[in-house]
Design a binder for this molecule. Structure first.
Ligand code: FES
Length: 283
């Protein structure tokens, strides 16, 4: 299975279809507010994995209820719930998928295809049940569960092996030692300008506003883009750093994400000034 997944990650034959679909998704899912909602910016976590709990839960429950006598109505209700709720979950997933790296998009494309097959089989199951053909409905539902399970396996690979929509920055903290570390001479720090520094080999950005200085991890939580090369923009009255790779924006006075594709906040580090030297440490 591992060799198969490696081949899938490297399957360049999928890129033409993937690139077309990516352009179509980016052209369709607008404006930015809608994309942010679907990414889960308001939650501080990706929305897609939370949304899929509903169809997965409903479909698995239907598979159990289908084994019990006299439960046709309950099974039909569960299949309907799963089928309807899978649609917005798929839209949120497509929105995340369109901002992934190429190797992730290849696996994501097959993940989406497997789930589309599953959803189609469940839709057929629902129609069969509503027209009184419960045996056919049951068979289609079990086939749908098989396809959705394959999709779930690919989704797990995408998240846990390839790190899609998982914060890429927070593991940087594991490379920092305990205790306060000197990071800059406060007097030499320019106002309202991003400055990049290293703390124990961990890259951070500094942003001075008056006597307040923000120290933030430099690696973007979305796909490790260099925030130190990003722009500072005023968004909703707050100074934010905008990632140069895909445009995620984070408040410089707290690290909260204000625009995706990142759904997670960026880590801010505590600061203090001792004898004119700015120091920082682990949170
Ligand atoms: S790396 Fe994608 S938004 Fe920063």
């Amino acid at each position: 299975m591992r060799a198969l997944m490696t081949k899938l990650e490297q399957a360049t034959a999928l890129d033409r279809t993937g690139d077309r679909l990516q352009r179509a998704v980016q052209a369709t899912l607008r404006p930015q507010r809608v994309r942010d909602l679907l990414h889960g910016v308001f939650l501080g976590h990706p929305l897609h994995p939370a949304m899929v709990q509903v169809p997965v839960g409903a479909w698995i429950s239907a598979a159990v209820v289908d084994l019990l006598p006299g439960q046709r109505r309950a099974a039909t209700t569960l299949v309907a719930l799963g089928t309807v709720s899978a649609v917005p979950a798929a839209v949120a997933g497509l929105n995340d998928w369109a901002e992934l790296s190429r190797d992730q998009r290849r696996v994501g494309l097959v993940h989406a295809a497997a789930n589309t097959v599953g959803l189609t089989l469940y839709a057929g199951s629902l129609v069969a049940r509503l027209t009184g053909r419960h045996g056919v409905g049951r068979a289609l539902a079990y086939l749908g569960l098989g396809a959705a399970s394959a999709g779930a396996y690919l989704g797990g690979h995408l998240a846990y092996k390839q790190g899609a929509q998982v914060s890429q920055s927070v593991s940087e903290l594991h490379r920092m030692g305990d205790g306060w570390r000197p990071v800059a001479d406060l007097a030499g720090l320019p106002q309202r300008t991003l400055v990049t520094r290293e703390v124990d080999d961990v890259s951070v950005i500094l942003y001075r506003h008056g006597d307040e200085v923000t120290v933030m991890l430099e690696r973007c939580p979305h796909q490790s883009g260099p925030l130190g090369e990003g722009e500072v923009q005023e968004i909703d009255g707050h100074a934010c750093v905008v990632c140069p790779w895909h445009g995620s924006a984070f408040r410089l006075n707290g690290g909260e994400v204000v625009h995706g594709p990142s759904a997670t906040d960026q880590q801010i580090l505590p600061t203090r000034v001792v004898d004119g030297t700015l120091q920082t440490r682990l949170p």
